[in-house]
Design a protein around this ligand. Sequence first.
Ligand SMILES: *[C@@H]1O[C@H](CO)[C@@H](O)[C@H](O)[C@H]1NC(C)=O
Ligand SMILES: *[C@@H]1O[C@H](CO)[C@@H](O)[C@H](O)[C@H]1NC(C)=O
Ligand SMILES: *[C@@H]1O[C@H](CO)[C@@H](O)[C@H](O)[C@H]1NC(C)=O
Length: 497
Amino acid sequence: MILEALTTVLAALVSSYLIWLVAKRKQKDGEPPIVPFWIPWLGSGLQYQKDPITFLRKQEKKYGPIFTVFMGGSYFTFVTDPFTHPIIAKESKVLNFRICTIPTIKKVFDFTRRGVDVPTMGGLMVKYMQGHWLETLVSKMMGNLQKVLLHGSYNNTEWATTGLLHLVETVMCTAGFKSLFGEYPASSGVDNNKLHHKIVEDFVKFDKAFPLLVQGRPISSLKGVKESRANMWKFFTMDEIHKREMVYEMVEQYAKKLEEDQELEQLKKELYCVNWAAMSNTLLSAFWALYYILKHPEAMEAANVEIQRMLKETSQCVDGKSEINFTRDDMAKMTVLDSIINETLRLDISSSLLRQALQDYNLKVVSADRSYKIRKGDKLMTLFQLTHYDPEIYEQPDQFKFDRFLNSDGSPKTDFYKKGKVVKFFLQPFGSGVSKCPGRYWAVTELKQLVILLLLYFDFKLINPEQEIKMDQIRVAFGSLPPNIDPQVQFKRRVIV
Ligand SMILES: *[C@@H]1O[C@H](CO)[C@@H](O)[C@H](O)[C@H]1NC(C)=O
Ligand SMILES: *[C@@H]1O[C@H](CO)[C@@H](O)[C@H](O)[C@H]1NC(C)=O
Ligand SMILES: *[C@@H]1O[C@H](CO)[C@@H](O)[C@H](O)[C@H]1NC(C)=O
């Protein structure tokens, strides 16, 4: 009886596996080769996730600069040739970006944008994340960072110990939230400090779960995450925004637009998504920038020299009374910091370009000197990490070199080569084409601000400089990679004499 049942189950399993094998995609004439796989649904997912660069390089060696990989139930056609990336980025009509993001936004943030809203919302972002508007946001952030660093528990002239990531999360989340979403006035009776504490805690909990949500884990299976998201939503309703002061104009306009469209229910979810997008990758990159500076005394030295030079140029000094104020223009002149940040982004961001073909398409692959047929509905994928870690483009790509992006005269270095040819897309931490992150100018400025203020006001050291820290590949293709452990640092407020 039992044996019979088992046999039936086994037979069913074997036959469905066979059906699945038969139904697998076959390479047609003119199409990219398919990397073989035997595990249903997962496909090559595990190998890719474990070490994406090694996995993709291996396939590249075997199959050339374009090949199709099955993982997580979908086929992805990878293009590893950096000379072809600009072509994909430019082809925004046939190779669509938005339809790729809709399911992810629904899974993670629980809303679906209606088609008409998207350009308006995107337009708001672009408008308020550059030019003179951005200038006001940058100035607010500079003030808020100094308030958090100098007026709170960090104002301590004795050595204190903390995790570096924890410190960065707390400082950046608090200052960033205040700069974008304002603060409750004293008359409201709300304790802003307590509130910010809660916001950091809920943010971190959700952010840790983010890659799992993207992979399709149901939110209710992750302990406390749904509650964290619901807690956060409460701060992004129209009512709460009206109660706060100094809300950034972009947020006001965003709210107004959704109100006009009678989508108020969605407002809290959209704004929460904005808050997450503004913080998540920035936090992790800020962590790595500081970590590399602490690990590399020559980088620390060069950054300090440049910061002192800029203080002098702008006739400011650290007197503990007035706040330091560097404008975006000032910071744009700080090319050493720029190079440190670019080098950090090169190493820590796993950015990608994901596109879905809206019709059959012939993709010209430059280094193969031929075209490949892409089927309607196919997903094209480019992992910029491959370029960022390409030893032909960057010598010793695993090493942090603070001056990698500087010419000998101190100007930004922008010529990088592969096989003797200039690589146009040598550094794409923010993606490319229509999917390029609209907040990129702000992000880079925030990173500089944090580095400047921490180096000016604090002494820092890693407790265990020899400890090896790795990047966890869990967010591959989705942005900054988190460290596998949070290294402990000692810090103290510098005494002003
Ligand atoms: C920071 O701490 C110093 C020394 O304890 C104190 O004199 C100063 O007033 C504090 N600054 C702020 C802004 O709280
Ligand atoms: C910083 O300087 C700029 C330009 O001088 C000015 O517009 C801005 O208001 C200043 N910010 C602060 C916080 O003082
Ligand atoms: C860093 O990257 C940005 C954006 O790609 C670029 O504008 C800037 O010139 C770069 N700076 C240096 C020093 O390479």
